[in-house]
Design a protein around this ligand. Structure first.
Ligand SMILES: [Zn+2]
Ligand SMILES: [Zn+2]
Length: 103
């Protein structure tokens, strides 16, 4: 029964919100969802980002699938300790990643 529910959600979001149908990876018991190349994804199955969120899963703090999928990403405008441009991508209004934005 639960599987049917998930499939219905996947189909609904897949059709209704095309831009929200990015694939993430999560196991049934896992509380986090991951990108495909995350070492923590383990035996995860693919599902849409929307389905993972519906299932109450949160973004992995290591692979940061949310940052991965955001449409309007830009390179962080902050500088690292050695004076070079930060290589992190961000979608924040400030144009800075979580490390450089003012809390
Ligand atoms: Zn991960
Ligand atoms: Zn940065």
């Amino acid at each position: 029964m639960k599987k049917i529910f998930v499939i219905a959600i996947v189909l609904f979001f897949g059709l209704a919100v095309k831009g929200f149908s990015q694939t993430v990876y999560a196991s049934d018991k896992g509380e986090k969802y991951h990108t495909a190349d995350c070492k923590l994804s383990g035996d995860a199955k693919d599902m849409t980002l929307a389905a993972a969120k519906k299932a109450g899963k949160g973004a992995c703090g290591i692979c940061k699938p949310d940052e991965h999928f955001k449409d309007k990403v830009a390179q962080c405008s902050g500088k690292t300790a050695d004076g070079t441009r930060c290589k992190r991508m961000t979608s924040s209004k400030e144009g800075k990643c979580y490390q450089h934005k003012s809390a």
